[in-house]
Design a protein around this ligand. Sequence first.
Ligand code: N01
Length: 573
Amino acid sequence: MPDGSIVNKTQAGVTTLDALIIGAGFSGLYQLLSLRDKLGLKAKVVEAGDGVGGTWYWNRYPGARCDSESHSYSYYFDKELLEEWQWSERYPGHAEVVRYLNYAADKLDLKRDIHFNSKVLSAHYSQSENKWIVKTEDGREFVCTYLITAVGCLSSTNIPKFPGHESFEGEWYHTGQWPHEGVDFKGKRVGQIGTGSTGIQAVPVIAETAKHLTVFQRTANYSVPAANGPLSPDFQKYVQENREAIKKTIQTTPNGHPFVISERKVFDVDDEEREKIFEEAWTKGGLGFRACFQDIAFDKKANDVAADFIKRKIRSIVKDPETAKKLTDIDHPYATKRPPIDTNYFETFNRDNVTLVDVKAAPIEAITPKGVKTQDGEYELDILVFATGFDAMTGPLLNIDIQGRDGVKLKDIWEEGPKTYLGLQVAGFPNLFTVTGPGSPSVLCNMPVAIEQHVEWIRDCISYLEDNKISSIEATEESMQRWVEHVNDAANVTLMPHAKHTWYYGANVPGKPRVFMPYAGGMARYRAICADIAKQKYPGFKLGNGKHGQSYTPPKISVDDLVEAAMVKGPGV
Ligand code: N01
């Protein structure tokens, strides 16, 4: 029971703060700036790694690259940051993103308030003091009024529990905890489990140096070429000259990307015209492929046509018909799982040193001292790569022992699935804010765009509390319940429920409750809802001045709403 145990503020090793932020990625850095420099609060960040970067600090696997276009994958809150930084490629590699975040942290003088190598173990709310007590693995203790988690959605690795794993005599790695010194695949027999966005990026790069690469595929996946490459001087000039217009586009499109969704529908055009449009979108590459028709995300028949186009492309690339068959045996509509983009993924299966193994047909039975044993036999390996994803959205939060009012554990509140209000707060956890938490659009969006909105909303909310001498803010049970229903309603108007085995539903982690976690109503709609709530002085929240915010019912959502939201006009590059 945390209450009463602190608050000997003179105790050595205890730091008293207004706000503590957990994590030094995109969110944590901007949250520190906005609380420390904008509001003048005493704020610090604790970060488990020894540098800034968050996701990009840990995910250094071969081929790790952002799939948002670099000119939109930036902080837009600071004109100087935008003008000074020049991305080199259409999609930045992990090292360039880490360089960018270091540049931003140095320029904004943030590092002096970040404790690195400091992993948070617990965060307990003391009701009598109205404070959070946070303890770290390296023995630090913080007492703070506001606690903000900026822990990312995809930072808790998922390593499936295969029998015999500990007996493996070779080396093994998870892509999300990649050694900073890199891994040498030269002359090695490598196995990779997983063909999600990560696996699809890693395969072509590993294959270049490995003696042999065996790819264990459980679910075949769509992928569209990234068409990555250096940014031309003309494009860089265009970006510099159109900053404001690009900002407007990314802040008003449903997914925070800079491309504009077409107004035409798949069956508005004849077969020949449609093929031409798909072909152009394929050549242009990137996530914008799904935007070449308005209805791919909502209409199953339209989606089938897009899916068929991609499958025909895969068959035309992959020479061996058996391998092509395995790669095109896809069991879900296009983009109902996170759609990857790639550089030579399907082409890599034409190499002599690459084999595709279908582990849906013949599942993995065990890891042996020599390699991986499936129902069809044993594959001998020197190195095993787990590209098996993450305990997404909830994992990073539940890895911390978070206890709210009356010692209630977040883990218990979320036993049947995560419940939040706006993805930002949980009833029973006063003054705790969860940037990109479950129930937020975050992972369905270009992340920095979502992050800037969350951080600024939290900053403004805390500013309102401070200005009005309100000691706390806490979501009500009712508003949380209504938001969870709204998150489900939003998912149900898309095609996403056609793929119930995705990490969006928590289905990749055995035993995890099956609940659709991100908000699929679109970033623009979410932004408007959050702004409305702030404008109305926080309905749906209980405020520490004794005022009960009236309840808030999110507006009903339909396919038409999503289509309307998608029809935003902007420069769209
Ligand atoms: O993880 P995933 P990821 N036996 O969960 C397989 C973001 N991201 O790291 O589909 C056999 O998507 C699993 O198979 P199945 C992006 O949001 C962004 O690839 O469950 N296989 C699947 O093939 C993305 O969505 C970028 O049947 C097993 C794979 O492992 C998210 O991160 C780049 C298995 C896991 O795919 C996660 O992507 C990369 C088992 N027991 C990632 N367990 C950017 O560009 C799992 N698998 C920014």
